[in-house]
Design a protein around this ligand. Structure first.
Ligand code: AKG
Ligand code: FE2
Length: 279
């Protein structure tokens, strides 16, 4: 087994672990500790059945079926199939999950603490996943912004992500917005929070999952989101995960910004995703 830091800012990679190795308590404890300290762990080429993926998730916390029922795996409710593939002329999963910088499920009051993604069918030269540390983003905020944001909360919503689905036909945009707002009402979270595992402050804010920071005016909000969008994707600090078959990734949802990159037309990609609530 080999273990190495992926960047100075985020991520630990393990290579050469089998499912049997993972059943050893001390190996698994080392992985969970790396996850807590370094926000992201990558297990290269971890061949797992869906059941084994769920079992691993159960050793970290409590797997929670995804908020959208229609996105769940038909046999394993804990698994969300994120895929652009079709079988028997039907989509096998949800295409285009997370193709913008975000912190997972920040639009719910208590987001599951971890996300686990298994590469089922992954292209080698595209369809990468980018990661950045939210603590590092916080540390790079100008001091005046740190002071300004100190006591403020952000309003997180899904309204920017809503898509028109068949059952929405006949609704006006205003009605559609009202429907999403009713199903997923906006929630508030402090903009700066402290990671209980590391004691480090981190930024909890992403443009695509937020209406605004409460207490900043429209210009202030614009400036703030522009700043976040400039800080997060810094190529010196981002880890780009280039998938190899069967990779297993686990990250802390709050302290990890991430984004799926675009796929060229005709490229298929399927990953199995499990959300895990902490103990
Ligand atoms: O498929 C990916 O590369 C990541 C998508 C994502 O944001 C997620 O699963 O939370
Ligand atoms: Fe995500």
């Amino acid at each position: 087994m080999q273990k190495r830091d992926l960047t100075d800012f985020i991520g630990v990679e393990y290579t050469g672990l089998t499912y049997d190795d993972l059943s050893r308590g001390e190996v698994f404890a080392d992985i969970v500790d790396a996850l807590h300290q370094r926000d992201l762990v990558v297990l290269r080429r971890a061949e797992l059945t869906p059941q084994q993926q769920i079992q691993l998730a159960q050793r970290i916390g409590r797997p929670v079926p995804f908020v959208f029922q229609e996105w769940r795996h038909p046999e394993f409710a804990e698994i969300l199939v994120s895929s652009n593939e079709r079988r028997n002329n039907r989509p096998v999963g949800v295409p285009r999950v997370g193709n913008f910088w975000h912190q997972d499920s920040s639009y719910v009051a208590e987001p599951p603490e971890y996300t686990m993604l298994h590469g089922v069918n992954v292209p080698g030269d595209c369809g990468h996943t980018l990661f950045a540390s939210a603590a590092d983003v916080h540390d790079r905020l100008p001091e005046e912004w740190k002071a300004r944001l100190k006591e403020l909360v952000g309003r997180h919503t899904l309204t920017k992500q809503q898509r028109i689905e068949p059952e929405h036909v006949g609704l006006s945009i205003a009605e559609l917005r009202a429907l999403v707002a009713q199903q997923y009402p906006a929630v508030e979270h402090p903009v700066i929070r402290v990671d209980p595992h590391t004691g480090r402050p981190y930024l909890y804010a992403a443009r695509e999952y937020m209406d605004s920071v409460v207490g900043l005016d429209a210009n202030g909000n614009q400036e703030f989101f522009d700043l976040v969008d400039a800080l997060v994707p810094d190529p010196q600090r981002v880890y780009t995960h280039r998938w190899t078959p069967s990779d297993l990734l686990i990250w802390k949802t709050a302290t990890t910004y991430h984004k799926a990159t675009d796929l060229p037309p005709g490229t298929s990609r399927t990953v199995h995703r499990v959300s895990i609530a902490g103990r």
